[in-house]
Design a protein around this ligand. Structure first.
Ligand SMILES: CC(C)(COP(=O)(O)OP(=O)(O)OC[C@H]1O[C@@H](n2cnc3c(N)ncnc32)[C@H](O)[C@@H]1OP(=O)(O)O)[C@@H](O)C(=O)NCCC(=O)NCCS
Length: 177
């Protein structure tokens, strides 16, 4: 297996401190509201227990936990999580561990997530990710992973108020069995 091949496993409660560490790295802090462990349990508990349509996974590469991601059908999101994409598309959120940011891992991470999305949701026509329009690192990896920019839209921001995100989409070819 090449060095930068990502694998994934479901997030458990024991992973939440790692998830929070990912969210508070210098690269991630502008895009996430800081959470305590108790707040994270309240926010993510249903996802970890399989009671939410949002699936959380730990990403593994180079022999270590490397980040986490979320995958969900766009149409399964609550209306306050609106994303301008096909309801059957798979939404992706992703975050590398801070010490791995800036090493070129972002593109294989996102490309591997598209593969996971097509495995979890075989009839999904596309994958979509919605970076803040100022998130140049995320936009660069999405473009390198074959995504193209669609609508710009306003959504509630991590620090209150609203932020402007861009819906980046990539078609997922129909699976051949
Ligand atoms: C988004 C993320 C996965 C990308 O991974 P990464 O390790 O930074 O990606 P790479 O090293 O492969 O490449 C990032 C590119 O963006 C550029 N970049 C990084 N930070 C930048 C910044 N602040 N401003 C401008 N460009 C930046 C890099 O130079 C690189 O481009 P290049 O190869 O042409 O030089 C990672 O930054 C991350 O986890 N960020 C925090 C969480 C997050 O933003 N998630 C996305 C939510 S949509």
């Amino acid at each position: 297996m090449p060095d930068d091949a990502f694998t994934f496993r479901p997030v458990t409660d024991a992973d939440l401190p790692f998830v929070l560490a990912c969210q508070t790295s210098d690269a991630a802090a502008p895009w996430f509201a800081p959470l305590t462990l108790d707040q994270a349990r309240a926010r993510f508990g249903d996802r970890l227990a399989g009671r939410s349509p949002i699936r959380m996974v730990i990403a593994h590469v180079r022999g270590r936990d490397a980040g986490y991601a979320q995958l969900y059908r766009v149409g399964d999101l609550p209306t306050d999580g609106f994303i301008p994409a096909d309801a059957r598309d798979v939404g992706l959120d992703y975050c590398l561990a801070g010490d791995l940011v800036g090493q070129g891992l972002g593109t294989p991470f996102v490309a591997s997530l598209v593969g996971l999305a097509s495995w979890l949701f075989p009839d999904a026509p596309g994958a979509v990710a919605c970076p803040d329009h100022r998130n140049r690192a995320s936009i660069a990896v999405l473009e390198r992973a074959g995504f193209t920019a669609g609508l710009w839209f306003d959504t509630p921001g991590p620090a209150g108020g609203s932020i402007t995100e861009i819906a980046y989409r990539r078609a997922i070819p129909a699976a051949e069995y």
